[in-house]
Design a protein around this ligand. Sequence first.
Ligand SMILES: C[S@@+](CC[C@H](N)C(=O)[O-])C[C@H]1O[C@@H](n2cnc3c(N)ncnc32)[C@H](O)[C@@H]1O
Length: 282
Amino acid sequence: MASVRHQDVVDELRAAGCVFAEDEARILLEAPDTDVAALLARRVGGEPLEHVVGWVAFAGARLSVAPGVFVPRRRTELLARVAAEATHDGAVVVELCCGIGAVAHVVATRRRPARVVAVDLDPAATACARVNLPQAEVLTGDLVAPLPADLRRAVDVLVANAPYVPTAAVETMPREARDHEPRIALDGGDDGLDIARRIVSEAGAWLAFGGVLAIETSSGQAPSLTTAMTAVGLHADVVTDDDLGGVVTVGRAPREQNRELPSLTVGTARPRPGADTEASTT
Ligand SMILES: C[S@@+](CC[C@H](N)C(=O)[O-])C[C@H]1O[C@@H](n2cnc3c(N)ncnc32)[C@H](O)[C@@H]1O
C-alpha cells in the first residue's frame, strides 16, 4: 500500500519490540498485492513474520509456510546439509516430521535422489510440504506408519527434525513459538527425546545397508541419542556447526548383508545432570 511509509513501519515494528525492524519493514513492504497495514497489525500483534508474509527463507530458498505451522529454523540448515551430503545419485530419501519439507527441499534441489518421501502428522504442515516439494511423495501420519512397504530396508537417508524441547521447557520458549506453532511441533516429552527415540527404534526396519539416519538435537541431548543409535547397531557420530547453532546426531547402518538391527526399547531417559534444554525453536 503506497500510503504506508517505510519509516512508519519501522517505527511501529520497533515499538512492538521487533529487533530487526528495518529488515522486517522491507519484507512487509515488498509483499505483493496485499494490505501492508493489515500485515503490520498481525506482526505487531505477535504473529511470526513468516506466517504473516507466507514464506520463510531457508538455505537460500523461499519456502511456503502457512499460519499455525512450524517455521523452520536456521540451525536446521545443518541437518539439511548432512542429509544432502549423504544422498548419492538415485538414493531413496525419507524425511520424517517434515513440517513444510525444508530439509527434503534442500536434498531434492541439490542432489539427484530417485525418490523423496516426506511425512508429518500435521495436515497443515503437509499441505505446505506439497507446495514446497512438488516432486516428492508427501504423506500425513505418525512417523513411519504411512510409509509404503516397498521402502522397507530400502531407505538410503532417513532424516528428521522431530520435536525435541523437553516438556517443562516449552513454557520458557518465546511467545511467537508458544502462541503460533502447534504444541506437537515443539514438545519432545520429559527429556525431549521421546519422538527421536521412536525414530531410532524404527530405523532398522527401513534403512538400506549403509543407510544414514540423521536427527537434529541439542548438544545436551546428543550423548543420549548417540547411545540410543549405538544400541540398535548404528555407528553413531555427532556433527555440529557453531555458526548455525546446529547439532545433528548421525547413525550409519552396517554395510554387511546379514546384519540384524535390534529394536530399541522405547523409554523416557532422565536428562543428564547439567544437560542443556535448548529449544529447537528459538
Ligand atoms: C520441530 S518441528 C520440525 C519441522 C521440520 N522438520 C523443520 O525442521 O522445519 C517438528 C514436526 O514434527 C511433527 N510431528 C510431531 N510428532 C509427529 C509424529 N508422531 N509423526 C509425524 N510428525 C510428527 C510436527 O507436526 C512438526 O511439523
